[in-house]
Design a protein around this ligand. Structure first.
Ligand code: PRP
Length: 212
């Protein structure tokens, strides 16, 4: 009998896109989970169990093996740097990681950068040879340059609406972001057939959508 796959699914903006992909691949899974407070959703007809997680925690659940696989943005994956396999680029939730600031920004003696991604930001500015103080925030990052907490921010840009509405400009793009399928190392061996099947079916849908 096929093994049940435990899937760490990010709540929020990625869920809808990821669930649409799974449904296109033939699995009967809910389109939305916003109306439930349940955190573990058994889906026996799909041979899965969804663990609804905060996106930033998905790599942790997968690394510890409480989830066999997970779906997570490349931004979180790079920031968290966990010991997991990255198996597939799902090519959904496309956006980018950028340095953003006020239009009249000029480099000062003491530079401060606010971000939800301190590891990504620190590494980037280190590589650029720029000495900056990185301040970790948990959301509404665009506030920081507006109220003088930081000179610049490192944040995700999707439509560009947030920076536009707050009078900020995108200065440099660090990398492109899409959602990825990640896998626990032990699960990859123990549930290889199921994981490989899932991966193949998703890959087919991704390719079909690309050529359409
Ligand atoms: C993210 C990100 C930007 C915004 C970018 O925030 O931090 O603020 O989305 O999207 P846009 O380019 O389409 O405007 P999120 O909505 O995750 O909320 P947060 O501020 O709590 O991080």
């Amino acid at each position: 009998m096929a093994e049940i796959l435990k899937v760490a699914m990010p709540k929020g903006r990625i869920y809808k896109k990821a669930s649409a992909l799974f449904r296109s691949a033939g699995w009967p899974i809910p389109m939305d989970v916003d109306d439930t407070r349940k955190l573990v959703i058994p889906l026996p007809e799909a041979g899965m169990e969804f663990i609804l997680a905060k996106p930033v925690d998905v790599p942790t659940y997968v690394e510890y093996g409480v989830a066999d696989i997970g779906i997570v943005g490349k931004d979180v994956l790079m920031e968290e740097n966990k010991d997991v396999y990255e198996l597939l680029d799902l090519q959904i939730a496309r956006c980018r990681m950028s340095v953003i600031g006020l239009p009249d920004w000029t480099p000062g003696i003491r530079q401060r950068v606010a971000t939800k991604y301190p590891n990504i930001a620190s590494q980037y500015f280190r590589e650029q040879g720029q000495q900056v103080e990185v301040v970790k925030l948990n959301g509404s990052i665009e506030l920081a340059p507006l109220i003088g907490l930081a000179d610049r921010i490192v944040d995700m840009v999707e439509t560009g609406q947030t920076i536009k509405e707050n009078g900020l400009v995108e200065m440099t793009t660090l990398f492109e972001i899409t959602s990825r399928l990640i896998v626990n190392r032990v699960s990859y061996r123990m549930k290889n057939v199921e994981i490989q099947q899932l991966c193949d079916r998703l890959q087919q849908v991704i390719l079909a959508e690309k050529t359409n």
